[in-house]
Design a protein around this ligand. Structure first.
Ligand code: ZN
Length: 92
């Protein structure tokens, strides 16, 4: 699953993406200026990340069904990976 990162590895917050594709895509989806409400922004980012995951899967599997997609949890993923030494890593 892809996502929109708003901070770097040091925890420095950079905020939302304001690239042309995000601003225009949001306007097309909601008919309102970007970034809209928090609910709209979350829905926008979820829609875009889901579509990107599907596009990547379609591209990769179009080359070969034997190629595994390894990334973060999501519907289009074959192998789930996690980064070490992050907040979400739990070692037991
Ligand atoms: Zn963007």
């Amino acid at each position: 699953m892809f996502d929109y990162q708003t901070r770097d590895y040091s925890g420095l917050v950079h905020g939302e993406c304001y690239c042309e594709q995000c601003v225009q895509g949001f306007l097309e989806q909601f008919g309102r200026p970007y970034p809209g409400s928090l609910h709209e922004l979350d829905a926008f980012k979820n829609t875009r990340a889901t579509q990107l995951s599907r596009d990547v899967r379609h591209l990769v599997k179009g080359h070969s069904e034997a190629i595994a997609i390894s990334t973060y949890p999501g519907d289009e993923v074959d192998i789930v990976r996690k980064e070490s030494n992050t907040e979400t890593c739990i070692l037991r």
